[in-house]
Structures are given as C-alpha cells and as structure tokens.
Design a protein around this ligand. Structure first.
Ligand SMILES: Cc1cc2nc3c(=O)[nH]c(=O)nc-3n(C[C@H](O)[C@H](O)[C@H](O)COP(=O)(O)OP(=O)(O)OC[C@H]3O[C@@H](n4cnc5c(N)ncnc54)[C@H](O)[C@@H]3O)c2cc1C
Length: 292
C-alpha cells in the first residue's frame, strides 16, 4: 500500500481563515477539498505538502445560484450537486452530460468543481466544459479578489492562475438566450478517464444562424477551445455538413499522443466524430430550448 509522506493538518473555518493559514504555513501548504486528486498524488509522492489546509467546512463556497444573466457555482460544489441540479440541467446541459461520465458516485460525492479545475489534469472533463461555456473564475488571495476568464485560467498541465496563497472561490457561467451545449466522452470502461472527449456550446441568432460557437477537446493536447473549427460555424445555418467540416478541422488541430488508451489516428478519428455529435446536440438543444 502506498502511504503519503508525513504532513500536518488544519481545518479552515472560513475563506479568510483559509487564506491566513496558507500565508502562515507558507509555500509547502496546500488546500484539500474532496482529496480525490491530491491524496492519490501524495500517496505516489508526486505531491509532498508539509501542511494540508482542509476547506471542507467552508459552506460559503458550496452553492449553485442563478443571479441575473449568470449561474454562480461555488468552488466547493460537489460533482453530485452539479449532476442533480435542475438549474444546471436546464441552463447548461453540457455540465450534466459531463458529470454523468466523471468517475463513479463515490468520487462524485466528494470531488469538487474547484478541485477539478485547480488540479488541471489534461484528461479532466470540467475544464473543457468551463472553457466552452466561457466561464469566469473568481480567485481570492491576500491582495483581494480577482476575476480570471477560463481562457487564462490554465497555464499548462497541472498549472493554473491560482497562486499557492490563493483560493478559487467561484465559477460564473454567462446565461445566453437561444443557447445549447453538449458533451460526449469515449472511455475504455465506465467511470474511466477520457480516451477523448468533446464539448460544444452554441448560441443561435433570431434567424437560426450560429451567433457564437465554442468547441473544446479533452485529453488530446489542446488547452482552451478550437478557434479554427469555431470560425467555420459563425453566421451559418446549423447543418450536418457544417458539423462534419468543424469535426475535420478539430481533428487536424488537436495534438494527441499514442498511449495505452489508443494510437494517434484513432484519437483523431474520435475527435472528428465526437465534435460532429456534440455540435449536432448543442444546436438541437439551442433551437428547442430558447434558453438552455
Ligand atoms: C478513481 C477516480 C476516477 C476519476 N475519474 C475522473 C474522470 O473521469 N474525469 C474527471 O474529470 N475527473 C476524474 N477524477 C477526478 C475527480 O473529478 C476529482 O474530484 C477532482 O479531480 C478533484 O477534486 P477534489 O475536490 O477531490 O480536489 P482535491 O484532490 O482536494 O484537490 C486537487 C487540487 O486542487 C487544489 N484545490 C482544491 N480546491 C481548491 C480551491 N478551491 N482553491 C485552490 N486550490 C484548490 C488542491 O490543493 C489540489 O492541488 C477521478 C478521480 C478518481 C479518484
């Protein structure tokens, strides 16, 4: 059995206290949320924090709140809460699509959206979802609060805009009329990490043409969205040929590596097919829902 190196532990009482503890215990302190990514890393000695600051008591970071033209989600919101939220399902079906295929109920009951984004694993699903929904992240630190768009949040594999002495507190999703979204993943067995996954979000104009489209890919070496594929959709009527064209462009733009999950050609084929499927579903949802 793998055992982590020795560490000390403190439980934060609120956000201000968590930030004070991170300051006090210095660069070798890390916050722990669900622990489903950090603890395996510690067992493998890929992470060796001296201090763990437990933020599970920070109920102020556990919320899903519709406010004006935004859905606000606290960083400590568990996967299960996202999966079961009627607001999330109605406004952003892509989140529910993704949550259905993230791990298993044990992981989903503890793992958080904040931990998922901060872990920044290239095969992690919610980062792609937040990218295509053009979410904003709210980060708090000793210097106060700042807002960082998802496009600037990830700074490479396992690296984010959140500094060691800061906390990701909230993710804000803009609500757009006549919009729809979808996510699809191919996994080797139920609950596994993605071989490849794709997400799309589409907003339609009043005449039914595409006003804005975002496409994101998981586990194929791309950070953020795929602007080349998004551009071909702009101003056009949703159509199978258009989805296929975007799929081909996405397959050419991605940069997968061969590994035990499959060779490069197979992954590019999956990107093409999944991109086509999520665009089809996102457009159908946008046309059918008016808003959602
Ligand atoms: C068996 C298994 C299968 C899985 N399968 C999938 C999958 O298919 N798809 C998928 O996307 N994920 C998968 N996961 C990961 C899962 O979604 C985790 O819940 C998630 O990656 C991390 O969330 P957490 O709350 O457990 O974070 P933790 O492990 O507690 O933390 C992860 C990192 O984020 C930092 N952190 C946490 N919260 C904050 C915050 N608010 N502010 C600043 N830093 C913070 C921590 O310091 C740490 O560095 C799987 C995990 C397991 C164990």
């Amino acid at each position: 059995m793998q055992i982590p190196a020795a560490f000390d532990y403190e439980r934060a009482s609120d956000v201000a206290n968590a930030l004070a503890l991170l300051e006090r215990h210095g660069p070798e302190s890390r916050v722990i949320a669900g622990g489903h990514s950090l603890l395996p890393m510690m067992k493998l000695r890929l992470a060796r924090p001296d201090w763990l600051i437990d933020i599970n008591g920070l109920t102020e970071l556990d919320f899903i709140l519709r406010e004006g033209d935004q859905l606000r989600v606290g960083a400590l919101t568990r996967h299960t809460a996202l999966l079961e939220s009627a607001d999330v399902a109605g406004l952003f079906p892509i989140i529910r699509d993704a949550e259905r295929v993230i791990a298993d109920p044990v992981v989903r009951n503890r793992g958080t959206i904040g931990g998922s984004l901060c872990q920044a694993d290239p095969a992690e699903d919610l980062s792609t979802v937040c990218d295509v929904l053009r979410a904003l992240t709210v980060i708090r630190g000793p210097a106060g609060q700042r807002t960082v768009p998802m496009a600037d949040f990830h700074q490479g594999p396992y690296e984010t805009a959140v500094a060691q002495n800061e906390l990701l507190c909230e993710i804000r999703f803009p609500i757009r009329p006549r919009s729809g979204s979808a996510y699809e993943k191919v996994e080797r067995r139920v609950g596994d990490w993605a071989v490849v996954a794709a997400g799309a979000a589409v907003a339609l104009s009043a005449d039914g043409t595409v006003d804005d489209a975002a496409i994101g890919l998981t586990a194929v070496g791309l950070d953020g969205t795929v602007p080349e594929a998004e551009a071909v959709l702009q101003g056009r009527q949703p159509h199978e040929d258009l989805f296929a064209e975007a799929g081909r462009i996405a397959a050419a733009a991605c940069d997968p590596v061969a590994d035990r999950r499959g060779p490069v050609d197979y992954k590019r084929h999956l990107v093409e097919e999944l991109t086509r499927r999520v665009l089809r579903r996102a457009c159908a949802r946008a046309a059918g829902a008016g808003q959602g």
